[in-house]
Write a protein that binds this ligand. Structure first.
Ligand SMILES: *Cc1c(COP(=O)(O)O)cnc(C)c1O
Length: 237
């Protein structure tokens, strides 16, 4: 296994290291580091740990589960830190999540997009969303298959309560760095293709990919949001 193990003892130091590595990867790729957001993925971690990450300079956190998010949210001192939902979302949970989040990164069906649109309109807002792409064509994962992406975007572009901002992917976990890189390249290619289509009502500006094991590589391949959990908070139980 290439897998490193991550230490939770010093969240501040971890945040500083991740931010520095993202900056370095950006500069090395000839990108502006300010184009890249570092998300701290908070699942299983308590509000105290999350607050420590925010105090250390994290400006974006990501929650996977609506119930867990609601149970922790009163303890989180967000300040100007944004909160995105990144996990698979059931339509019956949208109503609960929508008031609390500034983006939903895991839109994977027309039905879910419609429900987010309806709930957001009721709140008087237009919810920024990303469309999740099943880039590894894995049966176990949700997400739109690449060949269905264009039609999917055209269909949900009509919904008045959402604003599509880009794409998100969770590539297959692999120890093969070459294969890992191929998935990022492939994903970036789809992102550029969809950008070039200039679909009405669709902003194709954000690509969310890269996690603890591979975020510098994702930055090299055009990621705009890296979603980092263990490298900030340590291993999960
Ligand atoms: C858990 C999770 C991450 C972060 O994974 P780490 O390996 O802890 O960095 C990123 N994205 C999603 C969707 C996740 O569920």
């Amino acid at each position: 296994m290439l897998e490193k193990s991550f230490d939770s003892r010093n969240i501040e130091e971890n945040v500083r290291r991740v931010l520095a590595e993202v900056e370095e990867a950006a500069l090395r790729a000839g990108r502006d580091p300010n184009e890249i957001q570092v998300m701290a993925v908070t699942k299983t971690n308590p509000p105290e740990a999350i607050n420590r990450a925010i105090r250390s300079g994290i400006k974006l956190i990501g929650e996977n589960r609506v119930q867990e998010m609601l149970s922790k949210i009163d303890g989180i001192a967000l300040g100007d830190c944004a909160l995105h939902l990144i996990g698979h979302l059931q339509t019956n949970k949208v109503k609960l999540a929508a008031p609390h989040v500034s983006m939903i990164e895991s839109v994977d069906s027309v039905r879910l997009a419609r429900e987010i649109s309806v709930c957001s309109e009721k709140l008087g807002k237009r919810m920024p969303v990303l469309v999740e792409v099943n880039i590894g064509r894995e049966e176990s994962k949700s997400g739109i298959l690449p060949e269905a992406l264009f039609d999917f975007l055209c269909e949900i572009a009509e919904f008045p309560g959402i604003s599509v901002q880009g794409l998100m992917a969770i590539p297959p976990i692999t120890d093969d760095l070459v294969q890992n890189e191929q998935f990022f390249e492939l994903m970036h290619g789809h992102f550029i293709d969809m950008q070039a289509k200039k679909i009405d009502n669709i902003n194709m500006t954000v690509l969310s990919m890269g996690m603890s094991r591979d975020y510098p590589l994702a930055v090299r391949h055009g990621s705009g949001i890296v979603r980092v959990g263990r490298a900030i908070f340590g291993e999960r139980n």
